[in-house]
Design a protein around this ligand. Structure first.
Ligand code: PHE
Length: 340
């Protein structure tokens, strides 16, 4: 029996060192150590039938050999595993890893929706320069040089370009568009605007959408219908509007436009995070285009008239998603952006 044990051990050593794959190694393991048919297991099972005085020694030897073989197998297994790791296997037939697909910024998403909704109301999309001259940003909009209304908008003047500003409002597009196009028309002009201002609700760069409709016999009723239809689609089907008299140099009369709270409607609840119980949220300015503005672009105000409006975009997106700090839009933190 001792002879058998040695035989088993020496073949095991041979077989294990000759194994070339993990599968092969596993087969060898079963052949030797397998509980039912393994050669060593079978041998050890005979120990109890040996003469009493031989049993302890044989049992001991058997277990030593079993340990040795188990160790050899586990070493060999590690060898295989290490080889597998170091050998950089590239499977050309494997499907390629999925690319990370980006998506639009929440502000861009909202602008696309605005374009869509106003598009269905017959509005074209117009565009204008972000660096513009004083004439288009101020003068032609009926804001002369020393007019206090200029102070309402903390302006960035461009250093090496005479009388040029980073536009403070998208209203400059009104002038550019009317200089080049004959009425009747309706346009919206979404885009970036710039003012020296920065805190949780102000950023030096933000977005507005301008609206302009010029035709014959336009009234505030038309303005109200257009705004109500668009905002009900964009924000909430039960939205109500409130107009408050205001002042802008380029509209007369001028209005401040408030929308009812998308959470509590016109019955503001004190604990509401969005309206804080006031029911109304200011969303922008509007009014009937001032005759001087029409005159400045060569239009006859006895023939043509119309309305204009200008809304801040960030604020609406903040209301929609209940975002409390506007600066998050521009920090490029993916943990924030990926939520939209
Ligand atoms: N341009 C104005 C602003 O930035 C908004 C406005 C646009 C008001 C058009 C009336 C008409 O505050």
């Amino acid at each position: 029996m001792k002879k058998n044990l040695e035989e088993i051990k020496s073949t095991a050593i041979q077989q294990i060192s000759a194994a070339t794959t993990l599968d092969e190694l596993h087969e060898i393991e079963v052949e030797i150590l397998g509980r039912k048919q393994g050669s060593l297991s079978l041998l050890l099972r005979k120990v109890p039938s040996l003469p009493v005085e031989e049993r302890p020694e044989m049992g001991k030897q058997g277990n030593i050999v079993k340990k040795e073989i188990t160790q050899l197998i586990s070493n060999k297994q590690k060898e295989f595993e290490n080889a597998e790791e170091s050998e950089e296997f590239f499977d050309f037939s494997a499907p390629s890893p999925k690319p990370k697909i980006g998506k639009s910024h929440p502000i861009s998403q909202f602008i696309r929706e605005v374009e869509d909704v106003f598009g269905r109301l017959g509005f074209d999309i117009a565009d204008g320069p972000e660096i513009d001259d004083e004439h288009h940003n101020f003068n032609a909009l009926n804001i002369p040089e020393h007019h206090p209304a200029r102070e309402m908008q903390d302006t960035f003047w461009v250093k090496n370009l005479k009388k040029h500003v980073l536009r403070t409002q998208t209203s400059n597009v009104q002038i550019h568009f009317m200089e080049k196009n004959e009425p009747p028309f309706r346009i919206i002009a979404p885009g970036k605007v710039f003012r020296k201002d920065s805190d949780a609700t102000h950023s030096p760069m933000f977005h507005q959408v301008e609206g302009l409709m010029i035709d014959k016999n336009i009234s505030l009723a038309n303005l109200k219908f257009v705004l109500l239809s668009a905002l009900r689609e964009l924000i909430s089907p039960d939205l109500e509007l409130r107009f408050r008299l205001s002042y802008f140099p380029f509209t007369e009369p001028s209005l401040e436009v408030d929308a009812s709270c998308p959470i509590c409607g016109t019955n503001g609840k004190k604990e509401c995070r969005v309206c804080k119980g006031t029911s109304w949220l200011e969303i922008g300015g509007a009014g009937m285009v001032h005759p001087n503005v029409l005159k400045n672009v060569g239009l006859d105000s006895s023939q043509w008239n119309g309305f204009a409006f200008g809304f801040g975009i960030e604020r609406q997106v903040m209301i929609r998603h209940q975002i409390n700090d506007l600066r998050q839009f521009y920090e490029n933190d993916l943990r924030f952006l990926e939520q939209f």
